[in-house]
Design a protein around this ligand. Structure first.
Ligand SMILES: Cc1cc2nc3c(=O)[nH]c(=O)nc-3n(C[C@H](O)[C@H](O)[C@H](O)COP(=O)(O)OP(=O)(O)OC[C@H]3O[C@@H](n4cnc5c(N)ncnc54)[C@H](O)[C@@H]3O)c2cc1C
Length: 433
């Protein structure tokens, strides 16, 4: 799908970089070929039907893509072996690093379609995290193999109609122990759950004690799609096949063994996973920005207006320049934070990079919003027409806020970013804020 245009590829592909080695280049080629073969041909039809094709999801499982999505950066070789899958492009599980994570997401997103990418990625990538990091050995052994090889599907269910940005306000979903102590009885409604329609189970944040607003009474449970669970796809602005879903749970019997970690620690686990989620959303927004530049520059080379190609107009190049300087700066910021997170444990990375990762995620959305706007303008009518030269740009234009709102909306993340950095400075100076 990718064509060679200025700014269509990140600099490391052709220039020296301290962050990438031969395996990252190999992975990039492999993943672009995979996306061209399995995703590019179906992106438009999945978007139109609002459904992904399960055969492609199964292929992603077989080829180790789902394994990579679930672990993100640091991969557990034993879990990979138990699932019978290996990472893509011949990379060993113990070699898989944060830049492989970045390159895989970046390369698969060259299709420029949330329906194609997020329909495979986001339920598992965000839903498996709490199990991987905090699940009991028994829970991991029971659930992980089939999640990692794609035989089972999962999604993350935190948000409720009355609890979005304010996660501690989760209260509409309750989990009460049965009298015999063998089950939790779970009831409640979860909203905007990505990949929910496809899921066999849900990583649910539920209230096991206290009232909405109390941060200590929340727990994570794996709720299987069983009696009492119903799902309904929501009508969104774009990326329809990601399957944004309402999940209703009505007195669902969940074995107590499906509790993730400790009762009451759910909010802590939630925050633990947010940092990586936000970084990956920035990766997607970065690649989407490049896709917009790629298609707009290609169009402006071809399109003759007033007797010459649009790209020969300085004012048009000036528009691209302003987008490109922000895209290239975003690339460097993503690489810096990826490098820092690679050097630190997840916990340390959350503390030391959490604020700047929140700012990065908000910034990436702002860069994409500006880039897609400018690129749409350069295409004229083609920029708002489905299919054809502006097809990817039109699709991304509708998808921008499918990235800026999940994982923390802009106001919240900008404020969080500053507060976290203030805390770090205060800590370094040896006093509390
Ligand atoms: C496409 C999509 C996919 C999603 N996928 C999932 C998923 O898989 N799982 C899941 O659990 N949830 C998911 N969500 C939910 C998502 O996490 C929430 O939508 C998000 O956290 C914002 O919550 P909200 O929509 O309730 O907005 P609100 O919390 O009502 O916020 C509305 C606006 O107010 C701003 N705001 C909030 N607090 C403040 C403040 N203190 N000061 C100033 N401004 C503030 C916010 O930044 C936002 O702009 C998804 C949402 C979307 C749109």
């Amino acid at each position: 799908m990718a064509t060679l245009q200025a700014f269509s590829e990140p600099p490391w592909v052709n220039q020296p970089s301290p962050f990438y080695n031969e395996s990252h280049h190999r992975l990039r080629k492999w993943a672009i070929a995979w996306a061209d073969k399995y995703l590019a041909p179906v992106a438009a039809s999945w978007e139109a039907s609002g459904k992904r094709d399960e055969a492609v999801f199964a292929q992603a499982g077989k080829d180790g893509i789902l394994l990579a999505f679930a672990f993100g950066a640091k991969m557990d070789a034993t879990a990979a072996a138990a699932a019978g899958v290996s990472p893509p492009a011949g990379i060993k599980p113990e070699e898989w690093d944060n830049f492989h994570d970045f390159v895989l997401i970046d390369s698969l997103c060259t299709v420029g379609s949330g329906s194609a990418f997020m329909s495979l990625h986001s339920g598992l990538a965000y839903g498996a995290g709490p199990i991987i990091h905090f699940g009991s050995p028994e829970l991991k052994k029971r659930l992980l193999p089939d999640l990692l090889n794609g035989k089972q599907r999962i999604s993350l269910a935190i948000t409720e109609p009355n609890a979005g940005s304010d996660v501690a306000n989760v209260g509409g979903t309750t989990a009460e122990k049965s009298k015999d102590g063998k089950h939790y009885i779970v009831s409640g409604l979860k909203k905007w759950i990505t990949n929910g329609i496809y899921s066999d189970s849900f990583t649910v944040l539920a209230r096991t004690s206290g009232k909405a607003g109390d941060p200590t009474g929340l727990s994570f449970l794996v709720v299987p799609r069983t009696e009492g669970v119903s799902t309904k796809q929501m009508a969104m602005v774009g990326a329809h096949a990601t399957g944004t879903t309402l999940v209703e749970m009505d007195e669902v019997k969940v074995p107590v063994e499906n509790l993730i970690g400790k009762e009451g620690d759910g909010l802590k686990y939630c925050f633990y996973n947010f940092n990586h989620e936000r970084l990956t959303i920035a990766f997607i927004a970065l690649r989407y920005s490049r896709v917009c530049l790629e298609d707009a520059i290609a169009h402006c080379r071809r399109r003759i207006v007033f007797g010459k190609p649009l790209l020969e107009q300085p004012v048009v190049r000036h528009k691209f320049a302003h987008c490109a300087r922000e895209v290239e700066a975003l690339q460097s910021w993503c690489e810096t934070l990826t490098y820092e997170q690679q050097q630190l444990s997840t916990l340390e990375a959350n503390v030391r990079t959490g604020g700047r990762t929140a700012l990065l995620k908000a910034h990436a959305g702002i860069v994409l919003e500006k880039t897609v706007r400018e690129c749409t303008q350069q295409l004229g009518g083609m920029g708002i027409t489905k299919g054809g030269a502006g097809g990817r740009i039109e699709r991304i234009y509708r998808e921008v806020h499918m990235l800026t709102i999940p994982g923390g909306a802009e106001n919240l993340l900008l404020d969080l970013g500053v507060r976290e950095e203030l805390k770090l400075v205060a800590k370094r100076q040896g006093h509390k804020l």
